[in-house]
Design a binder for this molecule. Structure first.
Ligand code: ZN
Length: 169
């Protein structure tokens, strides 16, 4: 297993659409293991394949506090149900240190395939639902700042520009 570098905002690949996984090959299994390893090393709650430079529809989520591991692997995830709207603060491993309030569906129902190639249904509310929507967006090249107003997005981009200049991005 390999810990990958998580790509930060500014990398063009983060804006691209990922392709569906056709078959659970050894390469795909390795990618899933690497995504989890990278997620744990980054102390995040969710990570999508494009964030490590691979345009495949795979993402991983784990909410369990450090020490325990209860990963959810979503391959070719699809939102099949959604309910309500809620605003919560969120961040992203591709935007270290940047947080913003984003309006998303309160509850979602997802169909996907897991790391064993079995079809799964995941239902969640609260932060689980939020993480799932955030990660699926990554597979479509959509980032959480895309939900923000023009002014908020401009401020975040300015901050990133300054941090790039300072060499801290
Ligand atoms: Zn993210």
């Amino acid at each position: 297993m390999t810990v990958h570098k998580v790509l930060k905002f500014g990398e063009p690949i983060l804006k691209k659409k990922s392709k569906p996984v056709q078959e659970l090959t050894a390469d795909v299994k390795k990618l899933v293991a690497d995504l989890l390893e990278t997620l744990y090393a980054s102390k995040g709650v969710g990570l999508a394949a494009p964030q490590v430079g691979v345009l495949q529809r795979i993402c991983v989520i784990d909410f369990v506090p450090e020490g325990k591991k209860e990963p959810i692997v979503l391959i070719n995830p699809k939102i099949v149900g959604k309910k309500g709207k809620v605003i919560l603060e969120e961040g992203c491993l591709s935007f270290p240190g940047i947080f913003a309030n984003v309006k998303r569906f309160d509850k979602v129902r997802i169909e996907a395939v897991n790391e064993k190639g079995l079809p799964i249904v995941v239902e969640g509310g609260g932060y689980m639902s939020r993480a799932i929507q955030h990660e699926i967006d990554h597979l479509d090249g959509k980032l959480f700042i895309d939900y923000l107003s023009f002014f908020k997005r401009r401020n975040i981009k300015k901050e990133i520009k300054n941090r790039k200049k300072a060499g801290t991005w």
